[in-house]
Write a new protein. Structure first.
Length: 391
């Protein structure tokens, strides 16, 4: 175990797209007080790559059990395909290791709940790679809403269509964009960040969802590549979430309307249309017929830079060594996944889906899609891609 003033020994499980990026950051010394101690992958070619990239100093393992029992690491970063995240995390906690899991937390909330329970039984740190929580725009938005500047939220609306993905991206991994390998499409791959930020910044979780999905609408895949979801909140507010990976040029616009005005994040700017008096007060006292509250357009200053993946890796290290508060506690991964599962369930049943989601029904219908799948990926297309500039 790490002693004070010694570098935290971190192992990476899964050295594909994201895992190789995390491993390189650690190897290059970008994470203070942490070092890459070991890597693990079931693919011999990736282990050969690790040997050529990192040399003999970094231990290599072909299975997670060997890594966990090696005594070579204090913490593990899990960057494998989505289904395996909870299982590998649970095993890591049982071996007394700290855990940072890539997004999403898992594919279905039933397995993620077991992971969270294992974390609760452990005294180890547990984080999730919600790197967008380091973005100053969303941190400022959360602050404004929490402080009451916007008043009670009445409506949320997020159009997130600018994370474009080509057919060659989907062909790059045999597991990708399949029900059996990935467990979903845009909701489980690209949008876990937005689904997390949607509830994290507003402090609201939907109580029910009505969603419409296009499955393989724009790409030759079997999972969803277009989504329109309408949600309702306990306080009477409503929300809309629109996403696709098949649109160019895309849009990223997050709009939140409240009793005291409206906030919009778009094009790297946060704009607050602030009412001089709350709408509810104006409506109660105004007697002039036509008219509306006085509104001020405020460009909110946002300081700092987004630290992204590196920020979460550094925060994870600081939490273990110095008890720093986690930016993205792993237990919170179930929240965005609950919304994702509810969207799927609504589309599959062509009906409303309530939250908390019906976990047994979701699992049953997911397994049905896996059994009925006839989708076959092109042979020889698997390859590791550069994730530079991605989230």
């Amino acid at each position: 175990m790490t002693k004070q003033n010694e570098a935290l020994r971190i192992g990476i499980i899964g050295i594909g797209n994201m895992g190789s990026s995390h491993a390189s950051r650690l190897w290059d010394g970008e994470v203070k007080e942490a070092r890459l101690a070991a890597v693990c992958d079931i693919n011999p070619e990736r282990l050969s790559w690790a040997e050529s990239r990192f040399g003999a100093e970094v231990e290599r393992f072909a299975d997670a059990d060997s890594l966990y029992t090696s005594g070579s690491i204090d913490a593990v970063v899990i960057a494998t395909p989505h289904y395996s995240h909870p299982e590998l995390a649970i095993q890591a906690f049982e071996h007394g290791l700290h855990v940072l899991v890539e997004k999403p937390a898992g594919v279905y909330t039933k397995q993620v709940r077991l992971m969270n329970e294992a974390a609760a039984r452990s005294d180890k740190k547990f984080a999730i790679m919600y790197n967008q929580r380091t973005n100053p725009l969303y941190r400022k938005l959360k602050d404004l809403i929490k402080s009451g500047e916007l008043g009670e939220i009445r409506r949320t609306n997020w159009i997130i269509t600018n994370w474009y993905r080509s057919q060659s991206y989907y062909n790059s991994g045999g597991w990708r964009a399949t029900w059996s390998g990935e467990g979903g499409g845009v909701l489980i791959n690209q949008d876990p960040h937005q689904l997390d930020l949607w509830q994290w910044t507003t402090g609201l979780m939907p109580v029910r969802v009505r969603a419409f999905c296009g499955f393989g609408k724009w790409r030759d895949i079997e999972v969803e590549d277009e989504v329109t979801a309408y949600v309702e909140y306990a306080n009477g507010a409503t929300g809309l979430f629109v996403t696709t990976t098949g649109e160019a040029p895309g849009t990223n616009r997050f709009e939140i309307a409240g009793d005291r005005g409206k906030i919009v994040i778009e094009n790297g700017r946060l704009t607050f249309w602030r009412l001089r008096v709350p709408e509810s007060e104006f409506n109660r006292t105004y007697t002039g017929g036509f008219g509306e509250p006085e509104c001020w357009t405020c460009e909110i200053p946002v300081s700092g830079t987004e630290s992204g993946h590196l920020g979460i890796l550094q925060n994870f290290t600081d939490a273990i060594l110095h008890d720093a508060p986690l930016i993205a506690p792993g237990e919170e991964g179930i929240k965005g996944l609950s919304i994702s599962n509810a969207i799927h369930l609504s589309a599959w049943t062509d009906n409303w889906a309530e939250l908390p989601v019906d976990e047994e029904k979701y699992y049953e219908l997911l397994q049905e899609r896996i059994r009925e799948s006839k989708f076959v990926k092109p042979e020889g297309s698997d390859r590791t891609l550069s994730v530079e500039g991605t989230h």
